[in-house]
Design a binder for this molecule. Structure first.
Ligand SMILES: Nc1nc2c(ncn2[C@@H]2O[C@H](COP(=O)(O)OP(=O)(O)O)[C@@H](O)[C@H]2O)c(=O)[nH]1
Ligand SMILES: [Mg+2]
Length: 236
């Protein structure tokens, strides 16, 4: 089975090369689709050079948005372009270590489930940027569980893996970080076979390039409420 690693990137020149090196070392059949969203720090030029030089021992495809469409917009483009049997999201920063990818996709390869999350809350070692980010994530996860009857521990984790037809069936529309809430609500509502695997997360600071902020948490709450409301009248 081939895994498509989808990487949304926006100004990640300081970490993306290392991420691709680590993916190259993974003992799985894979392709990488990077969706660059108008980076101005050289990420885009470097990616073009890497493709031209055939620098990595896997198929590397780079898709570009002329104007910035947000992490969600990038993921929607990447999911549509994936050619693998399994899709997994990998952020372009080093907060999530690609060495966890084989363990996250294995239950899907074995046919045991449709969706696997790498949870930061199931392991001791995870560091969070600050306590408000942790509380924000836990509050959003609690809302998803309360309103959609799921038992997730980390609804906003980057590490989300799916059987490709499953992620394609979700009809995702969110352009910003609230896509994490949209995915988690729809996965729960449709009762896909779900599992969580512990991962250790190493948060970065805003100075290091973190983009998600408090406004994204508010958008997440509104997205969860909107989807629950809509699900009373029609499926989501
Ligand atoms: N293409 C694209 N990627 C983005 C955008 N904003 C953030 N990202 C990527 O999304 C990932 C997560 O962003 P980050 O700010 O680290 O959020 P966090 O890890 O969820 O706290 C990183 O790989 C970013 O480069 C965007 O507007 N467009
Ligand atoms: Mg990050």
């Amino acid at each position: 089975m081939k895994t498509s690693v989808i990487i949304p990137s926006f100004n990640e020149m300081s970490t993306l090369p290392e991420i691709l090196e680590r993916i190259a070392a993974l003992p799985i059949d894979k392709e990488v689709v990077v969706v660059d969203d108008g980076s101005t720090d050289g990420t885009r030029e470097w990616l073009k050079g890497a493709v031209k030089a055939d620098r990595f021992p896997f198929e590397l495809r780079v898709l570009e948005h002329e104007v910035n469409r947000g992490k969600g917009g990038a993921l929607i483009t990447g999911f549509a372009a994936a050619s693998g049997d399994i899709v997994i999201i990998q952020d372009a920063d080093l907060e999530y270590d690609p060495r966890y990818i084989p363990g996250i996709v294995r239950p899907i390869e074995e046919g045991a489930c449709d969706v696997v999350y790498g949870s930061r809350l199931l392991s001791e070692g995870s560091q969070t940027y600050n306590i408000l980010y942790l509380w924000g994530n836990q509050f959003l996860t609690l809302l998803v569980n309360l309103l959609f009857g799921s038992k997730m521990t980390d609804s906003y984790t980057c590490y989300k893996a799916f059987r490709t037809p499953v992620v394609r069936s979700l009809g995702l529309v969110s352009s910003g970080f609230e896509i994490e809430a949209e995915i988690s609500c729809k996965i729960a509502y449709r009762k896909y076979r779900f599992r969580e695997i512990p991962i250790v997360y190493a948060s970065r600071s805003r100075e290091d390039g973190k983009k998600i902020n408090y406004r994204d948490a508010v958008k997440g709450v509104l997205k969860i409420a909107e989807l629950r409301f809509r699900s009373f009248f029609a499926g989501i």
